[in-house]
Design a protein around this ligand. Structure first.
Ligand code: PMV
Length: 331
């Protein structure tokens, strides 16, 4: 039995696999302010460090899960039936294998993303989190949020952070089975906070995060500095959130993203996601900041930047980036 399936059995602790009707679930996408880059266990998506994200409220994934009439999964995405060999259907089926009661049990999965696919926000985190919740609903397990976070992590690491709204911290944990590696909401609200997606290129990324982080852990000689950096950034970010100090939040988030991209660049073979347009956008942000605008950015494993600002500055930000897609994570 795979290590992931063993974890699922441990979490389910003898609960049954009796499918009932259709289960519906929703989970928000999230964007990390202190990033996860590097695993201590590849099979269980256990991270080397903790991370802290903000959930994107109404941008996320809705799923409906039921038992299919026959063996083999049926998967729809945004209203379209997908061929079983499409990458989305294959990833979904591989995750659903963890919960499949018998080989001839097929799932019918309908997924709908409200994360605009072209907005540069990943929908895999919200997708796996919603799927874990839907499996819980379909089989009537009644799992707790931290158990659902562990299950979602088995699909994709960052999915562990998509079970809650607001600011969410994912603990790295130390246990070999990862039962102490789950994410939870911080007790904090920040209604004025805005996240803006600036799409510079929507091509598929050249190196996926799984491959990229493995390569960094194995070959980047600065990787040993990363856990210490993340620990300092997590502490500083939590203080910034507690004090609602926006400049401090922006500084930590931007610095942490740039440090992650520096690790990537010092990986062998090097991984550079930035395009000329990405560097130009960074310079535009820095120039605006020098002129007094409280604007920072973060970036994931791709060339697009996500702006961080407060509601009062939205019109100035839109003047600079007319195509920005703005999200209010706290509604
Ligand atoms: O969960 P994955 O395998 O998609 O990795 C996410 C990695 C980053 O987006 C770059 C950082 C993060 O913490 O979300």
């Amino acid at each position: 039995m795979s290590a992931a399936r063993q974890v699922v059995q441990r979490i389910l602790a003898g609960r049954e696999f009796q499918a009932n009707g259709t289960a519906k679930a929703y989970a928000p996408a999230n964007i990390a302010l202190v990033k996860y880059w590097g695993k201590r266990d590849e099979a269980l998506n256990l991270p080397v460090t903790g991370s802290l994200s903000i959930s994107l409220g109404p941008l996320g994934s809705h799923v409906e899960l039921a038992r299919a009439e026959s063996a083999g999964d049926r998967v729809w995405l945004n209203g379209q039936p997908l061929p079983a060999d499409s990458s989305f259907a294959r990833r979904a089926s591989a995750f659903l294998d963890l919960f499949r009661p018998a080989k001839d049990f097929g799932f019918a999965l309908k997924a709908r993303n409200t994360v605009p696919t072209a907005a540069g926000f990943a929908s895999s985190a919200s997708g796996f989190a919603a799927l874990a919740k839907a499996a819980d609903g379909l089989f009537g397990w009644g799992l707790a949020a931290r158990e659902l976070s562990i299950l979602a992590r088995l699909g994709s690491g960052s999915a562990a952070r998509s079970l809650a709204d607001g600011f969410v911290e994912w603990q790295a944990g130390t246990a070999a089975d990862g039962l102490d590696s789950f994410a939870e909401r911080l007790d904090a609200e920040w209604p004025e906070l805005r996240v803006g997606a600036v799409v510079l290129c929507s091509d598929e990324k050249p190196v996926g995060s799984r491959e990229g982080m493995k390569r960094s852990v194995e070959t980047c000689e600065f990787y040993r500095e990363w856990p210490g950096r993340v620990a300092r950034d997590l502490a500083a970010l939590k203080t910034a959130i507690a004090k609602k100090n926006f400049a401090a939040l922006g500084e930590v988030a931007e610095g942490n993203a740039l440090a992650m991209h520096a690790l990537m660049a010092a990986t062998l073979p090097p991984i550079v996601y930035a395009l000329p347009e990405t560097v130009a956008a960074m310079r535009t942000i820095w120039t605006a900041r020098e002129a007094g605008l409280a604007l920072w950015f973060t970036m994931d494993a791709g060339p697009n930047v996500k702006l961080l600002f407060e509601a009062k500055d939205e019109s100035r930000v839109r003047e600079i980036f007319p195509a920005v897609e703005v999200v209010a994570p706290f509604g």
